[in-house]
Write a protein of this length. Structure first.
Length: 456
């Protein structure tokens, strides 16, 4: 049923509508995902191989085929601080674009750390605490994930060590300060705190870092510190699982608006916010035959889905992670220092990669300046300053709305605004003073990195 007021802008659920279970897309996939392989022998891994890194309850979620996995009460209680998040109808953006399209966005920037990341940081911290873990090690790109895990560590009483990609550490000092305010210890990656970091700095003292490098450091930290487990904010199956609260809420809220989306869009670096919005909608496709165009928007500087190879690769540069089949640019590839640090990753989630390979989703790559132009346009129309990462989704949503205008059709567009940009004003300043640059697809660097793919 459509709302009685055609100008209704917010669709808000009360706390009783926080989902009681996460949605596990593995139950509905038409094709089973390829197995995860041991980095040493190339054989499928089992729970025991993951136990040094993760608590057993999270490992069980990776192998589960249950469609619903119950959310613990303690996690739901923590979710109450910011969930359910609102769904907005972007009336003012529609007017600015003079489009017949209806544009909706799910806004995750109201969480304590300012993004969607606490949706998985809180359960990860909870399950580690339940298993007696006292300390977590992690990496962070733009700082959103590190901020979320630092917050979750404060909630559940865990120490947190964050390896923050050097480019973002320098670009976003206030993200570091937020993490430290929550109680985390933060170092720039590559760092002097690990053997791998010291090796890289010895080779290049000006190394700008990458998520792959920071992952390697966090894993080395984990296995060398008793009482420590590894925590990550994207890519892995249980991370994507926890984010599905976003999509579940959006289905109910779109019902309140009386509309079904034709196009669903999320930015994609590792895949967490993209999966969080789209997987519950894809579940309707697989179970009920619903039809949606689902688009992953990624940076031209790190276009794993649009230009990567679908093959087995490591998730980190030191080759410490298990081998997963994904769209990859090569684990040795270090993307240019774009301001969307959360999207500066050489690979894509295996589940998202499988969906792209099957043709269930589309992917587009976007240049940095075009995304900031879309972010400024959105801020001037809707008032909310988006983080650099979701400006990729905004750019694609604007393009879809303009195509609808050109075609004279009423297209319903839904995207995920996964975080605010209040700590990214330095990047916006560079855009506004015309000093922000685009980075071309680094074909030669990617080809060199792909030459180092593991031989199975």
């Amino acid at each position: 049923m459509a709302p009685s007021d055609p100008r209704q802008t917010k669709y808000v659920l009360d706390e009783s509508r926080i989902p009681r279970a996460w949605y596990n897309i593995a139950a509905d996939l038409p094709v089973a995902p390829p197995p995860v392989l041991h980095p040493g022998n190339g054989q499928p891994i089992g729970p025991a191989d993951l136990a040094p890194l993760f608590p057993m309850e999270l490992i069980k979620q990776v192998v589960s085929q249950d469609r619903e996995i119950e959310i613990p009460d303690e996690v739901r209680d923590a979710y109450r601080l910011y969930r359910p998040s609102p769904l907005y109808r972007a009336h003012r953006l529609e007017k600015a674009l003079d489009t017949p399209a209806h544009i909706y966005y799910k806004y995750e920037g109201g969480s304590p750390s300012g993004s969607h990341k606490p949706n998985t940081a809180l359960p990860q911290a909870y399950y580690n605490k339940q298993e007696g873990v006292t300390r977590l090690a992690t990496e962070t790109g733009a700082g959103q994930w590190g901020s979320a895990l630092a917050f979750a560590g404060a909630v559940f009483g865990l120490e947190v060590k964050v390896y923050m990609v050097r480019a973002s550490y320098d670009q976003k000092p206030y993200r570091r300060i937020l993490m430290e305010t929550y109680g985390a210890q933060v170092v720039a990656s590559p760092s002097l705190d690990t053997g791998y970091g010291r090796k890289l700095l010895g080779e290049n003292p000006d190394n700008t870092g990458s998520l792959g490098i920071a992952i390697s450091e966090a894993i080395e930290d984990t296995v060398s510190h008793p009482g420590t487990k590894y925590s990550l904010g994207s890519v892995f199956d249980f991370v994507l699982l926890h984010q599905t609260v976003i999509g579940q809420e959006s289905i109910e809220q779109m019902g309140m608006a009386g509309e079904e989306p034709d196009v669903i869009i999320g930015c994609a670096g590792g895949g967490s916010n993209f999966a969080g919005l789209t997987f519950p909608w894809l579940g309707r496709t697989f179970r009920d035959g619903k039809k949606y165009r689902i688009i992953a928007a990624e940076p031209e500087a790190a276009p794993s889905l649009t230009r990567g190879v679908y093959t087995y690769d490591f998730g980190d540069t030191a080759q410490m992670t298990p081998l997963v089949k994904m769209h990859t640019l090569g684990h040795d590839f270090i993307p240019e220092p774009i301001h969307a640090g959360g999207l500066r990753y050489h690979g894509m989630s295996p589940l998202v990669s499988l969906l792209k390979e099957q043709g269930s989703i589309e992917a587009r790559s976007v240049h940095q300046r075009a995304t900031f132009a879309a972010g400024v346009q959105f801020a001037r129309a809707e008032g909310t300053l988006p983080a650099p990462e979701p400006t990729h989704a905004i750019k694609v949503a604007v393009d879809e709305a303009l195509e609808a205008k050109e075609a004279g059709e009423a297209r319903v567009i839904l995207f995920n605004l996964c975080g605010h940009g209040h700590f990214d004003l330095g990047a916006y300043e560079r855009y506004l003073d015309d000093s922000l640059e685009d980075y071309e697809y680094p074909r030669e660097k990617v080809e060199a990195a792909l030459a180092g793919l593991p031989k199975l």
